[in-house]
Write a protein that binds this ligand. Structure first.
Ligand code: 4HQ
Length: 246
């Protein structure tokens, strides 16, 4: 079954261009993915196609009106079988690989991109299933966040990325950062590729990569190590790194 993504936005052009490019575009040609980008203004009710309005209670900025949003969401999801409506906002659950996997279970996703100060609260209460955030920072709109969500989920659809790439995913889902990568030449501006990688000893190379992944995670993202299932040997290795640091 083709995985379907609907994106509701005031700026469809950039979204469409991005989705057509490279990997995602190829997956559409293979019928693995289907993207439908909807212009929010098409659902406006007046002749000026107005989608925003002033704040009740006063204050700076505009809010997206509820009527066009409700109409759009109802129309778009009417033929959903197993779908979910997501609003992108800094108030949502932070996107991580665990959430990507959960969202990957849905056959259809409707991603709503807000602009201005956001959308009328009643739409969040009655029409949105869940809020997702790209991180603790403020964007100008939900579009970049929606594209990030779509791309991460699309990568999990079988056939969208190659075998090697999905294995990479597994390593991250396992909770570790990637080991360092090198390609030719053997020496570049005085920096050599580690000898072990040129040895042809695949057992030793695997061990080295696993250790380097552990080392990097320990140095750059120690928070990822918490709650991770490690072998006896791996725990000892982390202990060694800790000792060395002292
Ligand atoms: N915005 N993760 C404000 C975000 C955002 C984020 C989207 C800005 C919604 C109204 N979205 N608009 N961070 O900053 O998803």
């Amino acid at each position: 079954m083709t995985r379907r993504f609907d994106i509701l936005t005031l700026f469809p052009e950039g979204i469409v261009t991005y989705l057509q490019s490279s990997l995602l575009g190829k997956a559409v040609e293979k019928d693995l993915l289907e993207f439908k980008v909807h212009q929010m203004r098409d659902y406006a009710e007046d002749k000026h196609r107005r989608v925003d309005d002033v704040l009740y209670g006063g204050g700076e900025g505009m809010v997206m009106k509820p009527e066009p949003l409700a109409k759009a969401i109802e129309q778009i999801r009417k033929d959903y079988r197993k779908g979910r409506v997501i609003y992108l906002s800094p108030q949502g659950r932070r996107l991580d690989q665990a959430l990507v996997r959960e969202l990957g279970d849905y056959q259809e996703l409707l991603l709503i991109c807000g602009r201005y100060e956001g959308i009328d609260e009643r739409i969040l209460e009655g029409w949105v299933d869940e809020e997702v955030s790209l991180g603790d920072f403020v964007l100008c709109g939900g579009e970049l966040a929606a594209l990030a969500v779509v791309e991460c989920i699309a990568r999990y659809v079988p056939g969208v990325v190659g075998k090697a790439k999905s294995l990479e995913e597994e390593s991250f889902a396992e909770g570790l950062l990637e080991y360092p990568h090198y390609t030719r030449p053997e020496e570049f501006q005085g920096r050599r590729v580690p000898d072990i990688l040129l040895s042809g000893n695949h057992g030793e190379i695997e061990r080295w990569r696993r250790r380097e992944a552990l080392r990097r995670t320990f140095e750059k993202r120690p928070d990822l190590l918490e709650g991770l299932k490690l072998s006896e040997e791996e725990r000892e290795f982390i202990e060694e790194l800790r000792e060395k640091r002292r």
